[in-house]
Design a protein around this ligand. Structure first.
Ligand SMILES: [Zn+2]
Ligand SMILES: [Zn+2]
Length: 138
């Protein structure tokens, strides 16, 4: 099982989870682009409640996602690093911003979502599905 452990740029927020990741997704939505300042978010889903915050508590921005549903975006109040998102659309999961993991070597994205707003120069793997907007919810 990959080690889910990480933290923000300044080190004030640290987290870990003793849980297997449920899925890894690339999100190309405009909100992720704006929040991260780059082309997409790499998101690792873990079961809700598995994440243990160590150190400083992250601050929260209450967003409304492009899906129209609430998204709680949690970030370090000192350095601004986005740490995780809690989506009303997926109440049984938390979504870690995977760039904050200490070890990213095991990441293997399984799906590209919100491809309608992907940067046009982005080269996407043909090996993983591309969904134009949000994924159909189970
Ligand atoms: Zn920080
Ligand atoms: Zn997004």
């Amino acid at each position: 099982m990959p080690t889910i452990q990480g933290g923000c740029l300044c080190g004030a927020v640290r987290y870990r989870a003793d849980a297997a990741p449920l899925m890894t997704a690339i999100c190309n939505c405009k909100h992720c682009q704006r929040q991260t300042g780059t082309a997409f978010s790499i998101l690792v889903a873990i079961p809700k409640g598995a994440l243990v915050m160590e150190g400083a508590q992250p601050n929260t921005y209450q967003d409304i996602g492009e899906s129209g549903l609430p998204v709680l975006r949690r970030f370090c109040s000192k350095c601004g690093s986005p740490i995780l998102s809690e989506l009303a659309a997926t109440p049984t999961m938390d979504w870690i911003k995977a760039g904050t993991l200490d070890d990213t070597s095991w990441l293997q994205p399984q799906v590209n979502i919100w491809c309608d707003s992907a940067q046009p120069w982005l080269q996407m793997s043909d090996a993983i599905p591309r969904i134009p907007r949000n994924p159909p919810l189970a």
